[in-house]
Design a protein around this ligand. Structure first.
Ligand SMILES: [Zn+2]
Ligand SMILES: [Zn+2]
Length: 133
């Protein structure tokens, strides 16, 4: 059983790498592989992606309006989410090191802070075009 889990996790990690840059949701990962791997269930894909994010093998991008997105790019970086279709993409931004240092030193009474998430919002080009038409 343990071995089967490892094999499945490898396949799912490989699939996430194949979708590199597209920040898929767990369901999108499942849809992209279900024909090739009919024995892997949707629940298994969800469980493994969440496990990978807990273990630091994938980034999870939480979007308030919908499902979590996953990313195999592990270096720290920021994301933008489309207000209309929930598409997630990378943001190029240069935060001065004194800003990130301040964020790292943030405190809140009654909390142990373990990290922070910075999410940009906007419209993707497809949705921006639709709005103009
Ligand atoms: Zn969009
Ligand atoms: Zn990313």
């Amino acid at each position: 059983m343990a071995q089967r889990n490892t094999v499945q996790q490898k396949i799912i990690a490989g699939q996430l790498a194949k979708l590199h840059g597209s920040h898929p949701t767990a369901d999108e990962v499942y849809q992209s592989m279900k024909d090739e791997y009919p024995s892997i269930s949707r629940a298994t894909v969800y469980r493994n992606l969440n496990k990978m994010s807990d273990n630091g093998q994938a980034l999870k991008v939480r979007v308030s309006s919908g499902a979590d997105h996953f990313d195999d790019t592990l270096r720290p970086h920021y994301h933008v989410v489309c207000a209309k279709c929930d598409r997630v993409d990378d943001v190029e931004v240069d935060l001065p090191s004194n800003v990130t240092e301040s964020l790292d030193k943030a405190t809140a009474p009654g909390f142990t802070i373990t990290g922070y998430e910075l999410l940009f919002c906007g419209l993707c080009s497809a949705c921006a075009q639709e709005r103009q038409e």
